[in-house]
Design a protein around this ligand. Structure first.
Ligand code: MRU
Length: 402
């Protein structure tokens, strides 16, 4: 049985990714560390191994990890060396390449798909990327599979960059309008977790329009939720924004409601790991509470997403999206830079207190002002999504008839 048959309700060829408006950006990549432009994942000089930025070391040191086996790729995803829905998908794609490189036969492909699929449950990009990779190699002769796999993985990465740029451009139009309507600077934007270039191959989703707005001279200021327990906001979003020169302030996760009550947030923008066909979004734990506060205070709440995070088989996010539960240790301990300049971990809770660690929550479509996709902006609803992605109508109708 094909991987796609086991993990999807039916095996069908996915419609190809078609890009929205072409976006011309002056420079090829958004992330520069020192004098070097980086993507978050790239093929090493040997043409086989895969290099990624070890995000666990940020913001205190910039380290690159080399992946040479599918097991290492699976480790990198589950231990959050790499994270963020699009980058999880891209890493899984290269994980399949590494497995086939070692052994191109079907048993090896099946084991790789199985292993990688188990790494993180919420981001649907993972399943999407594995299905795409399977489709690219399954029916080829063994001696053609490796080259085809590397080609397909590279295309997943290139597509992701184009998708993120397009999201950025559509989001930028919204920020321009909000700035004009406000008539004063800065535009105060609140974001949760990290949906920047570190979460994608480049640019990011929720942060892409922020970078573009800043680059074209719109005065923005970003409220960065720290995002306990992994602190992706405090460590990664703040790092990215700082590197790009975007004014920002890190706030504790519980601060957003207060800021919104006092008119200090003009717009919220977040990413998503899985978007249902009805427009519900699963994102980092705490996103739902920000959406509630935004609704209560009349603050627009946008979700930026690549089409690869849409799960066309799911409708009701709360009932249907699997929510990852991670090691309670992540709640009980916190890491940071010690006085001697070394990263240390300290315990926060009584050692005997149990902890629970849900990694994501679901924000229902009714709380979302709009979905900013790579094809344009739409209402968070089935009709809204189908207006941008009409090629999925048949799949959705079939699901409705079940
Ligand atoms: O647990 P993480 O760090 O992988 O969670 C990431 C998020 O919640 C992001 O907002 C989401 O993946 C969108 S990334 C473009």
């Amino acid at each position: 049985m094909l991987f796609a048959e086991r993990y999807a309700s039916r095996a069908r060829s996915r419609p190809p990714i078609l890009h929205g408006a072409a976006v011309e950006i002056e420079y090829p990549l958004s992330m520069r560390i020192g004098s070097t432009w980086y993507r978050t994942i790239w093929l090493a000089d040997d043409g086989r191994s895969v290099d990624v930025i070890d995000q666990r070391a940020l913001p205190f040191s910039f380290e690159i990890m080399r992946l040479t086996t599918v097991e290492q790729a699976a480790y990198a995803i589950s231990e959050m060396v790499v994270r963020g829905a699009p980058l999880i998908g891209a890493t899984a794609a290269y994980g399949v390449c590494l497995a086939l490189q070692k052994d191109p036969l079907h048993g090896s492909l099946d084991r790789a798909l199985e292993l990688l699929a188990e790494t993180r449950p919420t981001a649907v990009n993972l399943r999407w990327a594995l299905e795409v990779m399977e489709e690219a190699v399954r029916f080829l002769p063994p001696d053609e599979r490796v080259a085809a796999a590397y080609q397909r993985a590279a295309r997943i990465c290139d597509d992701d960059v184009a998708i993120s740029k397009s999201i950025g451009e559509y989001g930028l139009a919204i920020f321009r309008d909000l700035t004009a309507a406000k008539g004063a600077a800065p535009l105060n934007i609140l974001t949760h977790c990290n949906a920047g270039w570190l979460a994608t191959v480049d640019w990011g989703t929720a942060l892409a329009p922020i970078y573009m707005a800043h680059d074209e001279g719109i005065e923005v200021h970003v409220w960065v939720d720290e995002t306990r327990p992994r602190n992706q906001g405090a460590s990664l979003t703040a790092y990215e924004l700082g590197a790009h020169g975007v004014p920002h302030s890190v706030i504790v996760d519980n601060c957003g409601g207060h800021l919104m009550q006092h008119g200090m947030v003009d717009v919220c923008i977040v990413g998503t790991d899985r978007t249902t066909a009805a427009g519900d979004v699963a994102n980092k734990i705490g996103t739902y509470l920000k959406a509630l506060a935004a609704r209560d205070n009349g603050v627009p709440f946008y979700v930026a997403l690549p089409q690869t995070t849409i799960d066309w088989q799911a409708r009701d996010g709360v009932a249907e999206i699997p929510i990852e539960e991670r090691d309670p240790r992540e709640v009980r301990f916190i890491g940071g830079l010690g006085p001697d300049g070394r990263v240390v971990e300290i315990e926060l809770t009584p050692p005997s207190s149990p902890a629970t660690n849900y990694a994501f929550d679901v924000t229902p479509a009714r709380l979302v002002t709009g979905l900013i996709t790579d094809r344009g902006v739409c209402e968070a609803s089935l009709e809204g999504l189908l207006s941008l992605f009409p090629e999925w109508e048949a799949e959705v109708a079939e699901r409705g008839a079940e």
